[in-house]
Design a protein around this ligand. Structure first.
Ligand code: FAD
Length: 330
């Protein structure tokens, strides 16, 4: 039987939504696998027992006040210690900012095979076959990770459905929860300055929302972005923007979607007045459903759109707000 260790990313005791998707991925890769969660952070008791109800074999928690916030070296050491303890064949991480930083470090530390940002994974005998986008999403690479060594794989958020925690917990299962002793290396303590940037309070981050509503340069001003925020509020969505809109100062760069911004894979991506330059598509073409609103019917965004609407965004956005309010009774 194979062993799979899932890095259960959390911040402030709140589990990242992609972790439950990793549980689905692990079960699809090997239905008979022994699955263990690894938690790293501070004050993890409640979260560890919650994860223990997900029908897994165990939870390993590295709980230390010094691990309250993510830092690459200590988290690498903590996850490597959990790998040493559990001896898995496969380690799964979410391809979030934290997972993207952590996966290569842990793979190097543990001399493991590495595949990042994967959208598919299946077993072929002992080997693992994964697929990952290449050339900014224009091609898909298939990689075979040999069965005779540890494999570290990060999975792109929203490519697997989230495991149903309530259903998993029905049998009253409670996994073995183990606190792992881990001594921080003094040389790891290198935090010099910490600055929290970019998040407008109360507004979701584009990488963590199921729905992203984005605006482009054609919004013409920061004030005009209010219609995008109004729609995002009704849909419980995050607000994104093209680089042109961010460079013009209409939105902070933390909301930029694309090659030099953030990669998003929501269930629904709505692009208002965004042309669809290749650099923008690189960050959103993995979205499940894409809706484009643009006055120019030749705009390249329509080539990737599931639904396209040739219309003025200043007319369409307020109309959609009113209609969604009725439909969603908000
Ligand atoms: C190295 C590099 C990296 C880059 N990285 C990124 C990146 O990460 N993200 C990114 O987005 N871009 C990136 N770019 C920039 C990219 O090439 C485009 O310039 C940018 O995406 C254009 O933004 P836009 O679509 O908002 O603006 P425009 O190209 O100006 O397009 C505006 C669109 O709005 C439409 N429009 C106008 N008025 C209305 C209206 N009233 N209603 C509806 N539609 C309307 C127009 O028809 C047009 O299609 C990068 C470029 C380079 C060179």
């Amino acid at each position: 039987m194979s062993k799979i260790l899932i890095f259960a990313e959390q911040r402030g005791g709140e589990l990242h939504p992609a972790v439950r998707q990793l549980l689905t991925a692990a079960r699809e890769i090997d239905g008979g696998a022994e699955i263990t969660f690894c938690l790293v952070g501070a004050g993890l008791t409640t979260l560890a027992s919650e994860l223990g109800k997900y029908g897994v074999a165990g939870v390993v928690a590295v709980d230390d006040p010094k691990l309250e916030r993510y830092r690459p070296q200590p988290y690498t050491g903590a996850l490597a210690a959990a790998i040493d303890k559990v001896q898995p064949n496969l380690v799964l991480l979410p391809a979030t900012f934290m997972g993207r930083d952590l996966a290569p470090r842990v793979a190097a530390r543990c001399n493991a095979a590495l595949a990042t940002d994967c959208v598919e994974a299946r077993l072929d005998g002992d080997a693992l076959i994964v697929k990952r986008p290449a050339y900014i999403g224009k091609a898909t690479a298939e990689l075979k990770l040999a069965g005779d060594r540890l494999k570290v794989v990060s999975i792109r958020p929203n490519t697997f459905a989230a495991a149903d925690a309530a259903a998993d917990a029905q049998d009253g299962a409670s996994a073995n929860i183990e606190a792992l002793d881990f001594t921080l290396d003094a040389s790891d303590e290198k935090l010099i300055n910490r600055e929290l940037v970019g998040t407008t309070s109360g507004v979701k981050d584009v990488t963590e929302a199921d729905i992203v509503v984005s605006g482009g340069r054609s919004l013409k001003s920061e004030e005009n972005f209010k219609i995008i925020y109004d729609l995002a509020k009704v849909l419980d969505a995050a607000v994104g923007a093209s680089r042109a809109a961010c460079d013009a100062g209409y939105q902070p760069h933390s909301r930029q979607v694309g090659l030099t911004g953030k990669t998003v894979t929501p269930k629904l991506y709505m692009a208002f007045g965004i042309d669809g330059a290749i650099q923008h598509l690189a960050g959103m073409r993995g979205s499940k459903v894409i809706v484009a609103i643009n006055t120019k019917k030749e705009a390249p965004i329509f080539n990737v759109a599931t639904y396209g609407c040739v219309a003025d965004l200043f007319v369409m956005a307020p109309l959609l707000v009113e209609e969604f309010k009725k439909v969603l009774a908000k």
